[in-house]
Design a protein around this ligand. Structure first.
Ligand SMILES: CC(C)(COP(=O)(O)OP(=O)(O)OC[C@H]1O[C@@H](n2cnc3c(N)ncnc32)[C@H](O)[C@@H]1OP(=O)(O)O)[C@@H](O)C(=O)NCCC(=O)NCCS
Length: 420
């Protein structure tokens, strides 16, 4: 078994462990035909709300299942590539070899980016790219791409699908560009012969990744590609439902993903682990965090009430990368101990377990990536799910327009300014 096969075998083992530990608690029935109007019970944060029907993906929170187009995430992580998974999400079927080759060529062809984007990053008043959050820069660059596209305002499904494919390629390029500029180095041109995962790593680090590094990045991109009606996906769908255009939609989704309660958690996890410092401090840090009711980054989920299947894969991968790397081992050992303590206490009490963001940062750090770039990597993957979902909704578009319950007074007098 070579090194890449060994990584795939680890994914298989994670799948077997997940199957053994399946939780059989009841789950709201969210599979089957959707016939409007429906009745559902709502809680704050739109918990329980049904926004639409979809054939793209399904999360069963109590069993810890994640499915893209009917295929289990463990199987995709073991056998697929990010390009193939993106095709699956966008077109609803696995590509033939020829379709996949064409899709890959298309992505590689779209990767080189208009020089205006680099000029904006270099010349804007916030040219201190180092101080601007990379997600802010990424969202801005997507809007710049929209300014440069003569067909940006064509909101047909066909045109927006083409823009999504272009953005799958170019968000990777921009992510590489921002990573390089932040570390005071010149951007690296994309290399068309490389896979998407390898190119992303190459454009960030300037080095061609090893087959193992490439495979691990590929798995991580597959795992992050889609995840139900999460905040950024819903943001994308809301924006696109007004026929704003695909660039405004994706830029808005990037803004939503940035937050620390969503994709931004992966960066924050690493800061927490650094704050803990050593495995001996985990217990005291955790107890203090509990007393102060601090939110533990990388734990908890609106939907999962079981161990997140993506964390089941990324945890062992982080462990693998910690072998022969003392610095990563230190981070990994702290994370493992915290994982165990949280599961033992909060897992039992509140069904809080690690989510996708808990181990991804350690994996990326082991691949030589700075923490600030973790969330842009998430975006470079999630663009496929955002695109698939807002395009599916666009087919039968109706603008999103919920209501609020007004809780203020209704008959207040207007007081003139000199009597206030
Ligand atoms: C993901 C998240 C935003 C979901 O939020 P939510 O569905 O609104 O869940 P709530 O905030 O209502 O949490 C329910 C309970 O669990 C607790 N809880 C949830 N996540 C927690 C966490 N990460 N650390 C500590 N307690 C947590 C809440 O304090 C609350 O406790 P209470 O009932 O005693 O008030 C939340 O779990 C969180 O902030 N996690 C950390 C950030 C993160 O990792 N985000 C990435 C998600 S993929």
């Amino acid at each position: 078994m070579n090194d890449v096969e060994a990584i795939n075998a680890m994914v298989r083992q994670a799948a077997e462990k997940a199957a053994q530990e399946t939780n059989d608690e009841p789950e709201p029935i969210l599979v089957g035909d959707l016939n409007w109007p429906i009745t559902c019970e709502l809680r704050p944060g739109l918990e329980g709300a049904i926004a639409c029907g979809t054939k793209i993906g399904y999360v069963n929170g109590s069993k810890g299942w994640l499915i893209y187009r009917g295929i289990n995430i463990f199987e995709l992580a073991e056998k697929s590539s990010f390009e193939e998974t993106s095709y699956l999400l966008l077109y609803g079927k696995l590509p033939t070899r020829k379709e996949l080759d064409n899709f890959r060529m298309k992505l590689a062809g779209y990767m080189p980016i208009d020089e205006t984007v680099l000029a904006v990053l270099k010349r804007s008043p916030t040219a201190r790219v180092r101080d601007t959050h990379p997600m802010t820069a990424l969202g801005l660059c997507v809007l710049v791409l929209g300014m440069l596209d003569e067909k940006a305002e064509d909101t047909s499904v066909e045109n927006e699908r083409e823009i999504v494919i272009k953005l799958i390629a170019q968000i990777a390029t921009i992510t590489g560009m921002i990573a390089r500029l932040r570390s005071g180095r010149d951007p690296v041109e994309p290399e068309p012969s490389l896979s998407h995962a390898a190119n992303l790593l190459y454009m960030m680090t300037g080095e061609r990744p090893s087959p193992v590094a490439e495979r691990i990045m590929d798995i991580s991109l597959i795992l992050h590609a889609d995840h139900g009606m999460n905040a950024s996906t819903f943001s994308a769908m809301v924006i696109n439902s007004s026929l704003a255009n695909a660039y405004a939609t994706i830029s808005g989704a990037i803004g939503s993903l940035k937050g620390s309660l969503h994709g931004g958690a992966n960066e924050r996890v690493l800061y927490d682990i650094e704050e803990i410092g050593s495995v001996d401090n985990v217990e005291a840090w955790f107890q203090k965090a509990r007393e102060s009711k601090r939110k533990l980054m990388g734990f908890g989920h609106r939907v999962y009430k079981a161990y997140d299947p993506r964390a089941r894969i990324l945890g062992p991968l982080a462990g693998k990368m910690s072998e022969n790397n003392p610095e990563i081992k230190r981070l990994y050992d702290i994370a493992r101990k915290l994982d165990g303590m949280v599961c033992a206490e909060l897992g039992v009490e509140k069904k809080i377990f690690p989510n996708v963001d808990f181990y991804s940062g350690i994996v990326y750090r082991a691949l030589g990536i700075h923490a600030g770039m973790f969330t842009p990597i998430f975006a470079a993957s999630r663009i496929s799910g955002w695109g698939a979902r807002f395009l599916e909704y666009l087919e039968n578009n109706r603008i999103f327009r919920p209501r609020a319950v007004y809780t203020g007074p209704v008959r207040e007098e207007y007081t003139p300014i000199d009597r206030r």
